[in-house]
Structure formats: C-alpha cells, structure tokens
Design a protein around this ligand. Structure first.
Ligand code: COA
Length: 280
C-alpha cells in the first residue's frame, strides 16, 4: 500500500514528540505559498534579517555537509550554489533536525544495527564537526529533501534526499511533498539503490527513462510518481529487472521508446531485482 497523507502526518508527529524539529528553509515569497496541512513545520527565511542566536546560513552549510557525506561514494554532492539558486530561492528545503546533544547520542543508539550505527556515526560526526567549526549553536540537520517546481501546476522534480538516521528519509520526503502540495514528483534514481524503496512508498511510479546515459552514476533511471496514488490493485509484476544489468535496462528502454508503459511496483528494490509492470 502507498503511504497516505495521514500516514505522513502521523509519522511526523511521532518524530516531533520524540524531540525532532521540522523546518522549511526558503524565502518569504515561497514560504507564504507552502503549508503542509496538519503538520507543524517552522519557516526559515534565508533573506530576512537575523532574528535568532544562530544563523540560517550556518544551518544550511551544515546541511550541505550532511548531504555530501550521506551521498558519499556516489560522488554527486549538492553544490552550494545549487542549494541556493535551485533550492532556497525557487523552492524550499524540508529539514529534520535534532539538538547537537541528541545528534551525538544517535551515533551510539543501541536500537540500531552495527552497520546502521557505523553509517550514522560516519555521517553525523562530519555534520557535528562542521557545526563546531562554524560555531553553529542552532538545530542540527539530520535529514532533508528538496524539489523544484515546474511550469505544470502540481508537478515537481525532487532531489537532494538525504538522511543520517534510519527512519527519517521517508518522512522528510513525505512532509516536503505535502508542503509543496505536489501531485506528481519526477526524480532520478539508480535501480540498485535502496532509496528506490523510499521513493516507491509514495504511490504509482512510472519509469520515464530506464537509461539516463547523461548521468554519471551507472543504472540511473528517471521516474514519475503520482503522489499518494495507491496502486495496490495493480497486476503482479511482468518482470523482475536485475538492478545491475545495464543490458536489460537498455532493452527496457527500447520498449519504452516503442510505446510501452513501464512501472516500478512495490517494494521498489527487492534484493537485487526491481519488480516491473509493463503495459502495451
Ligand atoms: C536513501 C536515504 C535517504 C534513506 O534514508 P533512511 O532514513 O534510511 O530512509 P527510511 O528509514 O525512511 O527507509 C525507507 C526504506 O528504505 C530502505 N533503505 C534505506 N536505506 C537503506 C539501505 N542503506 N540499505 C537497505 N535498505 C535501505 C529501508 O529498509 C526502508 O525500506 P522498507 O521500509 O521497505 O524496509 C539515505 O540512505 C541516504 O541519505 N542515502 C544517501 C543519499 C541518497 O542516495 N539519496 C537518494 C538519492 S535518489
């Protein structure tokens, strides 16, 4: 089942009750048009005069390190100017934060597996080091997401999803999509990437391109989700696409070029296979 708007609101509330903060970082003209109904999110206007004891610029610098460290070996960190020109000015970043003390404690959270703790510690130690370097005394970003608007109302293009603590990625994307009131979200992802499981939670997911040769990361595809559109009644998969098989993806692209409609079915990535529904 795809997530519902109520699921996202409930998950956000649970995190708020657990001490997490939710912020939309942008500028007044955009912030005035965004409201995730029923979810308590604080607005940050990067163009307004400073009105708190910490600087929004420092928060975003720390977010930049979170993003770059989380993306790690993929080698496609968010550039500072992209964050400003394509994120903070035309759109808004949804940030989930913790206090510095809570972020430090998350690195040794006994509820995480050893592998998860290693990853959390790798990302958050870089994030906290940047906060310390800047003398940043405000909230520490631990997850975030941004999408860019397009000329079609309700149609957004998502990017920059990152999370240091398991459980936050889906909520960050979900709250942001609600804030934008997105009807569709187009995005770029890799077939073998577990992030596909996050993206597939938001509803029917059509593959617009099974191969995006221009992209530097192998096995990159382009998808478009009908946000919160449940397709639990979809027929079973017509194929299980091997996530690392470029030849199979090229063949799928040929069928898309010939007019086939191709969808990724839940859970998005299953082992090293992606369940596919092909029509036409
Ligand atoms: C992808 C990312 C945002 C996920 O964040 P997260 O907080 O772990 O996400 P969630 O806890 O909400 O995970 C949701 C699903 O993804 C799966 N998942 C996420 N990361 C995973 C990983 N490294 N390995 C296995 N499964 C993973 C979870 O198991 C869960 O699936 P399930 O509920 O069907 O079991 C995070 O790993 C990240 O920052 N990655 C680097 C940046 C990146 O690649 N962004 C995506 C670009 S397309």
């Amino acid at each position: 089942m795809a997530l519902t708007q109520a699921d996202v609101a409930a998950a956000a509330q649970r995190l708020r009750d657990d001490g997490y903060g939710f912020w939309l970082a942008s500028n007044r003209a955009v912030l005035d048009r965004l409201a995730p109904a029923g979810i308590d999110v604080s607005a940050l206007d990067v163009l307004a005069p400073a009105e708190r004891e910490w600087r929004i610029a420092d928060l975003m610098r720390v977010y930049n390190v979170l993003n770059a460290t989380a993306f790690g070996d993929k080698g496609i960190p968010l550039q500072n100017w992209v964050m400003i020109d394509l994120g903070l000015l035309p759109s808004a970043f949804l940030l989930i934060t913790l206090t510095a003390g809570r972020a430090a404690a998350a690195m040794t959270d006994p509820r995480l597996s050893a592998a998860q703790r290693t990853r959390v510690a790798r990302v958050l130690s870089a994030v906290l080091a940047e906060a310390q370097r800047l003398g940043h005394r405000g909230p520490i970003p631990v997850a975030g997401y941004c999408a860019a608007p397009t000329p079609s109302p309700g149609a957004w293009v998502g990017w920059s999803l990152c999370s240091a603590i398991p459980g936050l990625g889906t909520v960050a994307k979900g709250v942001a999509l609600r804030a934008y009131d997105a009807a569709t979200v187009t995005g770029v992802a890799q077939f073998p990437d577990p992030a596909l499981r996050v993206h597939r939670k938001f509803g029917r997911m059509r593959v617009l391109a099974a191969v995006l040769e221009l992209h530097p990361v192998p096995h990159t595809m382009v998808y478009r989700t009908d946000v919160f559109e449940d397709d639990a009644c979809a027929p079973p998969p017509t194929a299980l696409l091997p996530a690392h098989d470029g030849a199979a993806q090229a063949t799928l692209q040929e069928r898309i070029d010939a007019g086939a409609e191709v969808y990724v079915l839940p859970p998005g990535l299953d082992g090293d296979r992606v369940p596919i529904l092909e029509r036409g």
